[in-house]
Design a protein. Sequence first.
Length: 359
Amino acid sequence: MIPIAKPLIGDEEKQAVLEVLDSGMLAQGPRVKAFEEAFAEMCDTRYAIATANGTTALHVALLAHEIGPGDEVITTPFTFIASANSILYTGATPVFVDIDPVTYNIDPDLIEAAITPKTKAIMPIHLFGLCADMGALNRIAEKHGLAIIEDACQSHGATYKGTHSGAFGTGTFSLYPTKNITSAEGGMITTSDPVIAERCQLIRSHGSKRRYYYDGIGFNFRMTDVHAAIGLTQLQKLARYNEMRIANARYLSAHLQGVTTPAAPEGYGHIFHQYTIRVGDGKRDALCEHLKANGVGYGIYYPVPIHKQTYYTRDLGFDLTLPESERAAEEVVSLPVHPALSQDDLDTIVRVVNTFMGA
Ligand SMILES: *Cc1c(COP(=O)(O)O)cnc(C)c1O
């Protein structure tokens, strides 16, 4: 089976972990600081704040922007559950806007109709490694005085007109094993705003500036030095890994037939966290069976948009129709694109898909 994702852990990562274990500094220590500095440099931001995972990064970023009960945050439902759940954790309400069917990202033309006096922020998700239309989003955010909190959990190193994801507002990243780089579990917040950066540092660690003195309430959302050591090593490989993903995606797009391949719009640096094709006419599920029977791993991201998840409909009373998100949920399938694929793997993927599509 060609797996849909494969974390690449080498001797460098193992060595880095052993050094931490030998050092005696296990919790948030010098490796976390070094990882934060290197991550900020990668994104071109002044600050990066490490957290325990991507979900806590989102949660802390929202709290740092003082988002809470009574506030609304505009986002999309075609994403991982953590995007919207993090808004719920603060007591605020996610306001779901539909996606552009070509990019799977928030459709900027639908945002202004969703803005109310309660709207505090827009949370674009740079889904599958492709930045949202940040030019349009920045204009809307500026006009209405809204914060931008990017869910960049799938877009390490992605760019929009030369600017890195995570540098448009407050960025949040995940370092889960299936992401383009990993620290096993881990998260990162990026910002160039010193006030937001300081608030994030406080919220991450019980609201304490000085040990055992607490000015506000926070959490224990810290990263360990063991995880930071893995992440720092992986970060040095990110550019190379992304190039390999891009090359794999280019090969697949050049050879797949009968399916809609991912858009790579001009001016966007897509880093292909996922290589997601669209298969219409109700054929998606049969294609998946065929992939499985022929040893090609796949993933459906995402089979149910968040506004249709049981907790959101039954408990929160969401009753929305967002046609493009719902159609995408029925038609998308992601194929392996990760750096561990061989040329043989790529040719197998192409052959298996094209055979099914009758090409
Ligand atoms: C992975 C992911 C998250 C959450 O990250 P964790 O590290 O798993 O908590 C949030 N949003 C999106 C879009 C993701 O892909």
